[in-house]
Design a protein around this ligand. Structure first.
Ligand code: SF4
Length: 212
């Protein structure tokens, strides 16, 4: 196991060189649609979500329309993605609560966001960052794995613990970009299995328990 620690600033700069274009890959036009896309993306690729949201948002563009949807109709549209029954139920419940308690507007606040059905801290962070441009770091499977391999957090940390460690190590103005950089690095280079280590700038610091 490597003992050297990479400086967070070095990590940020190298990630930026690798993926200067890192961005949110979900398609959406409003913060409401972003929230729905994020909910649908759990354990599913963004590409799969984008395949269904065109039709979904055409039929149900906002909370008002979705609050009146029949679950079976939503299921029919999103059935190609994983956990579609639960996701359809959650999207409708979330939209109803949004209508009843927040005038149909996605709230700009962590506690209020996580009071909505189907929205946990990770999803709320994506919504705050992408939808409202607040500094936030959402810890998904890629961010969690990459953080551990780069020695920024431990593999045994919870997503919340990893988030707090990243928040302490990086300046607030870089949080949202860092989130995208780590996702792109995890998605396109530092894969869960068979990562592309040969030309990785972090090889000498890497904690992955395997020979490089
Ligand atoms: S050396 Fe390999 S496993 Fe380690 S951070 Fe780089 S790509 Fe990921």
């Amino acid at each position: 196991m490597a003992s050297k620690k990479a400086d967070p600033q070095f990590i940020y700069e190298e990630l930026l060189k690798l993926f200067p274009e890192a961005h949110c890959e979900l398609n959406f036009s409003t913060v409401y649609q972003l929230a729905v896309a994020v909910m649908l993306s759990a354990q599913t690729t963004d590409v799969s979500v984008n395949r269904v949201t065109g039709t979904l948002f055409e039929k149900y563009p906002d909370a008002e329309a979705m609050a009146q949807a029949e679950q079976k109709d939503v299921e029919e549209i999103i059935k190609s993605i994983g956990l579609y029954r639960n996701k359809a139920a959650n999207v409708i419940s979330m939209s109803r609560k949004l209508q009843e308690e927040f005038s149909g507007v996605i709230p700009d606040d962590m506690d209020k966001l996580t009071s909505l059905p189907g929205i946990g801290r990770k999803s709320a962070n994506v919504i705050l960052s992408e939808g409202y441009k607040h500094p936030a770091i959402a810890v998904d499977t890629h961010v969690h794995r990459v953080s551990a391999r780069l020695g920024l957090a431990k593999e045994t940390d919870t997503p919340d613990q990893t988030e707090m460690k990243l928040r302490r190590k990086f300046p607030e103005e870089n949080w949202s970009k860092l989130h995208h950089l780590m996702i792109f690095f995890g998605r396109y280079k530092c894969h869960s299995r068979n990562p592309e280590c040969d030309d990785c700038p972090f090889r000498e610091y890497c904690r992955r328990k395997a020979s490089h």
